[in-house]
Design a protein around this ligand. Sequence first.
Ligand code: GAL
Length: 318
Amino acid sequence: MKHILVAVVLLIQTGILQAGGTIKNGGVFYDTRGEVINAHGAGFIKVGNYYYWIGENRKNGVFVSCYRSTDLVNWEFRGDLLTRESHPELQNANIERPKVVYNDKTGKFVMWMHFEFRRDYSAARAAVAWSDDIEKPFTYVKSFRPFENMSRDCTLFKDTDGKAYFLSAARENYDLALYELTDDYLDTREHITTLWPGGHREAPTLLKHGKYYFLFTSGCTGWNPNQMKYAYAESIRGPWSELKNIGDETTFRTQPTYIVTVQGSEKTSYLYLGDRWDPKNYFNSTYIFLPLKFSDAVTPVFEWQEEVTIDAKKGIIH
Ligand code: GAL
């Protein structure tokens, strides 16, 4: 009996057993092996019954790692999707903010990310990779500057009509450039617009709620958190609303990376994932999960919670 109790306590401590689908914010996140989750600046994608958490790793020549979960609380490590060995160009690279979407026409998962040479941020390029299987290593295609624009913090968004968009910080992070991707999602087809020129926004993430598109971004203060702002639009091409503050002045000490749409049997909810970076030690950086709610069609509500309870099947987050 004593052994069983000790085992249960250990499982709870390592995060393997988390009662009631509850995430406790502020601590370290462990995967089902009991190892620290390394998936920073992440993106999420749902494939079948699984939500995939795909993010920066940086340990032992790994760039992008992949975890999966059915409940968004217990995460199982599934493998490394991109490493230093994936392509000669990656020997001296630094990869940030990977995001993945699925292309219905080609049957491929396509990853877009921010590419740099080591710790220097002057390359300012986007990079692209693809895979037939979300859990298997991706084939690296190239790094480039879309339409010659610098490209740093970025996000990827697939719309319900199958069109996909890449949004990234351009012109030394002064602007946010929005691009439509080609049909295969492996390139940019069009530079649609430059949002808030001179606005200095980064860490973008897009979602669609009802008939509106919402864009959430941070300001540019390096690894230090700042005020998140959002804007909305009826067409992704614009016009976009003014940027408005949301949450507190440090976004609860996080920088946005992704907002997961959780479509359940009872409702659709949104789960914000922010990075709580440790500027002194990147590997001490953790994650904060918070519900993002809406008080009306165009007003998102974002508040601090120590604990977040998720019923992914029903789509209820509180
Ligand atoms: C942040 C950015 C991170 C990382 C960092 C480096 O502004 O969001 O992804 O690039 O700067 O200082």
